[in-house]
Design a protein around this ligand. Structure first.
Ligand SMILES: [Zn+2]
Length: 277
């Protein structure tokens, strides 16, 4: 599969009941979308038999699957037990994700926990190669993608991600453009979107733009804490037309995962708008 794919973060609302991942994949194809992120955000609960069904449905419908690891991951946890369970959750996501045919795993790397961000960065840089090696031992095609985070208490600014991904082998970014806007109050114009893409290209090479993993949605935010909550595009100030123009101008390829509450509605609107700009 090539080009830029559009899809939803999670099973579309309009999927058949019960809303299983298999139904979600089929619905994505019916809608004319082409990717879906499996949301393991409250835990990796999928039997191997179901994972195999998901993989076969995705292959048949030509839907590309990605996964989102559990929210309860903090690679800067101060308690040893929490650190171990955070790593386990990443490994579980990779194991089940691989059975589903997933190539990319987005995850929330860490909270600063009031530590110096430089120190948190150092810890992640030390910890991630071991986790990546363990995942690669099981499946060499899985790419871990730390997400650009919207809250100021969370590790994951644009700079932190670009630094980490250029220093740690086997790591690529998940660029959440709504989070970037919410966290900074900026990055909401054609030229700013293009500058982000140029930075990614400069730091990580053109290959990063040929397979970029992105999240997008409308977003509510404030200057004190950053992200408050996701919104539908039409209810928010995110300049998605300019965003899509920048993607097209740079010929960015990969996946745009829509995380608006209305999911497929905005995903389709993004796809249609992209085709027109
Ligand atoms: Zn996320």
């Amino acid at each position: 599969m090539s080009g830029l794919l559009f899809g939803t973060g999670g099973v579309p609302h309009s999927s058949a009941r019960p809303k299983t991942s298999v139904c979600g994949v089929k619905r994505i194809a019916e809608l004319g979308l082409s990717c879906m992120e499996l949301e393991f955000v409250y835990g990796v609960r999928m039997a191997e038999t179901e994972a195999a069904q998901v993989a076969s449905a995705a292959q048949k419908s030509r839907v590309r699957l990605t996964a989102h690891a559990p929210y309860y991951i903090n690679l800067n946890a101060h308690e040893h037990e929490k650190l171990i369970s955070s790593q386990d959750r990443l490994l579980q996501t990779a194991r089940v994700g691989a059975l589903c045919g997933v190539g990319d795993i987005a995850f929330h790397a860490a909270f600063y926990m009031k530590d110096d961000p430089v120190e948190v960065y150092r810890r992640l840089k030390q910890l991630l190669p071991g986790i990546i090696a363990e995942i690669r031992r099981q499946n060499k095609y899985i790419l871990l993608r730390p997400e650009l985070m919207g809250k100021v208490t969370q590790f994951g600014t644009l700079d932190e991600l670009l630094n980490l991904c250029s220093e740690v082998e086997g790591l690529a970014p998940c660029i959440d453009f709504a989070h970037l806007h919410a966290r900074t109050g900026k990055y909401n114009s054609y030229y700013e979107f293009k500058s982000v893409l140029a930075q990614i290209e400069k730091r990580l090479g053109r290959a990063a733009l040929d397979n970029l993993h992105m999240h997008v949605s409308g977003i509510n935010y404030n200057s004190k804490s950053g992200e408050v909550m996701h919104l539908n595009l039409r209810e928010a100030d995110f300049k998605y037309v300019e965003f899509l123009q920048a993607l097209k101008e740079k010929d960015v390829r990969g996946a745009v995962i829509c995380e608006s509450p209305n999911m497929e509605e905005d995903a389709l609107h993004l796809q249609e708008t992209y085709n027109k700009v």
